[in-house]
Design a binder for this molecule. Structure first.
Ligand code: ZN
Length: 98
Protein backbone atom coordinates (compact mmCIF):
# COMPACT_ATOMS: atom_id res chain seq x y z
CA UNK A 1 0.00 0.00 0.00
CA UNK A 2 1.66 3.19 -1.16
CA UNK A 3 0.80 6.43 -2.87
CA UNK A 4 -2.71 7.78 -2.30
CA UNK A 5 -2.09 9.30 1.08
CA UNK A 6 -4.94 11.78 0.80
CA UNK A 7 -7.79 9.69 -0.43
CA UNK A 8 -10.86 11.67 0.63
CA UNK A 9 -13.13 8.65 0.83
CA UNK A 10 -12.30 6.02 3.40
CA UNK A 11 -15.43 3.97 3.95
CA UNK A 12 -15.61 1.88 7.10
CA UNK A 13 -17.30 -1.43 7.67
CA UNK A 14 -17.78 -3.58 10.71
CA UNK A 15 -16.05 -6.95 10.85
CA UNK A 16 -18.69 -9.59 11.52
CA UNK A 17 -16.13 -11.61 13.48
CA UNK A 18 -14.67 -9.26 16.07
CA UNK A 19 -17.25 -6.48 15.52
CA UNK A 20 -14.55 -3.85 15.18
CA UNK A 21 -14.81 -1.15 12.59
CA UNK A 22 -12.12 -1.06 9.97
CA UNK A 23 -11.41 0.52 6.62
CA UNK A 24 -13.28 -1.32 3.92
CA UNK A 25 -9.97 -2.04 2.19
CA UNK A 26 -8.71 -3.97 5.20
CA UNK A 27 -11.71 -6.25 5.25
CA UNK A 28 -12.72 -9.11 3.01
CA UNK A 29 -16.15 -8.91 1.46
CA UNK A 30 -18.18 -12.10 1.65
CA UNK A 31 -21.17 -12.81 -0.53
CA UNK A 32 -23.60 -15.67 -0.80
CA UNK A 33 -23.47 -18.00 -3.79
CA UNK A 34 -26.15 -20.69 -3.74
CA UNK A 35 -25.73 -22.09 -0.23
CA UNK A 36 -22.10 -21.17 0.28
CA UNK A 37 -20.13 -18.17 1.41
CA UNK A 38 -17.65 -17.01 -1.17
CA UNK A 39 -14.90 -14.42 -0.87
CA UNK A 40 -15.24 -11.32 -3.00
CA UNK A 41 -11.79 -9.70 -2.72
CA UNK A 42 -12.54 -7.19 -5.48
CA UNK A 43 -15.92 -6.25 -4.10
CA UNK A 44 -17.56 -6.68 -7.48
CA UNK A 45 -20.05 -9.48 -6.93
CA UNK A 46 -23.71 -8.52 -6.74
CA UNK A 47 -25.93 -9.02 -3.74
CA UNK A 48 -25.58 -8.42 -0.05
CA UNK A 49 -22.13 -8.51 1.40
CA UNK A 50 -20.69 -9.13 4.83
CA UNK A 51 -17.27 -7.90 5.85
CA UNK A 52 -14.71 -9.76 7.90
CA UNK A 53 -11.02 -9.38 8.59
CA UNK A 54 -9.25 -11.87 6.29
CA UNK A 55 -7.87 -13.81 9.24
CA UNK A 56 -8.99 -17.13 10.70
CA UNK A 57 -9.77 -15.81 14.18
CA UNK A 58 -12.36 -13.41 12.86
CA UNK A 59 -13.72 -15.87 10.32
CA UNK A 60 -14.07 -18.62 12.91
CA UNK A 61 -15.82 -16.28 15.32
CA UNK A 62 -18.27 -15.30 12.61
CA UNK A 63 -18.90 -18.93 11.66
CA UNK A 64 -19.34 -19.99 15.28
CA UNK A 65 -21.90 -17.26 15.91
CA UNK A 66 -23.61 -18.05 12.59
CA UNK A 67 -23.54 -14.45 11.50
CA UNK A 68 -23.20 -15.18 7.79
CA UNK A 69 -26.68 -16.65 7.19
CA UNK A 70 -28.13 -13.68 9.06
CA UNK A 71 -25.97 -11.04 7.42
CA UNK A 72 -26.45 -12.48 3.96
CA UNK A 73 -30.16 -13.22 4.39
CA UNK A 74 -29.77 -16.95 3.82
CA UNK A 75 -32.65 -19.24 4.79
CA UNK A 76 -30.33 -21.92 6.16
CA UNK A 77 -26.75 -22.69 7.01
CA UNK A 78 -24.05 -21.61 4.61
CA UNK A 79 -21.03 -23.62 3.60
CA UNK A 80 -17.87 -21.80 4.65
CA UNK A 81 -15.27 -24.42 3.75
CA UNK A 82 -14.14 -22.75 0.51
CA UNK A 83 -14.09 -19.40 2.26
CA UNK A 84 -11.97 -20.76 5.09
CA UNK A 85 -9.52 -22.27 2.64
CA UNK A 86 -9.26 -18.92 0.88
CA UNK A 87 -8.52 -17.11 4.12
CA UNK A 88 -5.98 -19.76 5.12
CA UNK A 89 -4.17 -19.29 1.84
CA UNK A 90 -4.14 -15.52 1.96
CA UNK A 91 -2.95 -15.63 5.57
CA UNK A 92 -0.11 -17.96 4.69
CA UNK A 93 0.79 -15.85 1.66
CA UNK A 94 0.91 -12.73 3.83
CA UNK A 95 3.08 -14.35 6.48
CA UNK A 96 5.49 -15.60 3.84
CA UNK A 97 6.02 -12.06 2.57
CA UNK A 98 8.07 -9.85 4.86
ZN1 ZN B 1 -12.28 -8.87 12.80
Amino acid sequence: MSGRTHDPVCPERTCVGCRERAAKNDLLRIVKNEDACVPDPRGTLPGRGAYVHPVLVCLDQAVRRRVFPRALRAPGALDTKALRRYVEQTTVAKQATP
